[in-house]
Design a binder for this molecule. Structure first.
Ligand SMILES: C[S@@+](CC[C@H](N)C(=O)[O-])C[C@H]1O[C@@H](n2cnc3c(N)ncnc32)[C@H](O)[C@@H]1O
Length: 214
């Protein structure tokens, strides 16, 4: 599905875009998003719940690095566009295995947490949040796409509520991606921050990943 925009070319998702494939090839477990979710410490594949799937790129990187990623997207058009992109990518030789580790649901994080209740079998190791903030810059191609998404959806005003719920449901960590220059959401202080090439991550810890059973 293509999301129309009157001022810009249509937004179409393509996981086989060379810039994205390059990002996958150069992402590592000990830097940026990999380090933020704890791949430098984890002893086996992490179950990650991405509550803000959006264009699916962060989830793709995490799955490429070996995580099992459950993705939630509450916007129907964004969900449909992402589902179509995932279906197309599933037959690409370089992405086939990665796509097998990604599962997408059209659901709000709040509804997902409500349905989880206290069921510890459904507790993800890490919960990942990348909310839409009002002032994203528009320089690179990826950021242009994100600016169009922002125009379509507006900012995610309820992210503090989602963070609060995420902290109650994550086994080890909650990771929040932050725009450059803005460090933490209101609420509890993150345990530490990780700076990537273009993004910063606030990391909240519930339990040390070093205590993960073998
Ligand atoms: C900034 S985008 C995420 C971009 C994504 N990390 C990527 O790499 O493409 C935020 C997305 O999260 C979705 N979202 C925000 N809050 C949500 C919630 N509470 N539940 C489900 N989806 C949510 C929005 O609809 C939007 O599509």
């Amino acid at each position: 599905m293509i999301i129309p925009d009157t001022d810009n070319p249509p937004l179409q998702l393509d996981f086989t875009d060379p810039a994205l494939l390059y990002r996958l090839r150069t992402s590592g477990k000990r830097q940026g998003i990999g380090k933020a979710v704890g791949l430098d410490k984890a002893r086996f594949s992490l179950q990650v719940l991405d509550c803000t799937a959006g264009l699916g790129r962060d989830a793709l990187v995490l799955a490429h690095l070996g995580c099992e990623v459950t993705m939630l997207e509450r916007s129907q058009p964004v969900h449909d566009m992402l589902a179509a992109a995932m279906e197309r990518a599933a037959v690409h030789p370089e992405l086939q295995q990665t796509l097998k580790r990604m599962t997408l649901f059209r659901c709000s994080a709040q509804d997902w947490f409500a349905s989880m209740g206290q069921d510890s079998r459904r507790q993800p190791d890490v919960i990942y949040l990348d909310p839409m903030f009002p002032a994203r810059q528009k320089s690179a191609k990826v950021k242009k796409d994100m600016a169009m998404l922002q125009k379509l959806l507006g900012p995610d005003e309820d992210i503090s509520e989602v963070l609060e719920m995420a902290l109650l449901h994550a086994k080890y960590r909650v990771v929040v991606k932050r725009p450059p220059g803005k460090w933490a959401l209101p609420g509890p202080e993150p345990a530490f921050t990780v700076s990537g090439k273009a993004s910063h991550f606030s990391v909240y810890t519930n339990k040390s990943l070093s205590s993960m059973p073998l």
